[in-house]
Design a binder for this molecule. Structure first.
Ligand SMILES: [Zn+2]
Length: 80
């Protein structure tokens, strides 16, 4: 059965997967966030750039984070 919800890594609430936002923090750690917490993270980071997500086509990346592979490349980071 397909997963239809995900748990936000910040607030811990469950949301519909269609609202999932991916954010890579300054250490390249991947977070699955609800839209509200993505906004908060982007404000916190100050500066972000776009890049490929693992589940989504586009994700937000902290500008202090890794800019070159695997996160900076135009392909999804390898699953660990
Ligand atoms: Zn949240």
């Amino acid at each position: 059965m397909a997963e239809t919800t995900f748990k936000c890594d910040v607030c811990g609430n469950e949301f519909d997967t269609s609202t999932l936002k991916e954010f890579f923090d300054e250490s390249g750690r991947r977070l699955e966030l609800c839209p509200q917490d993505l906004d908060a993270k982007m404000n916190e980071a100050g500066s972000v750039h776009g890049g490929p997500g693992e589940k989504k086509e586009a994700a937000a990346y902290d500008d202090d984070g890794p800019r070159t592979g695997p996160y900076g490349e135009r392909e999804a980071p390898a699953q660990r």
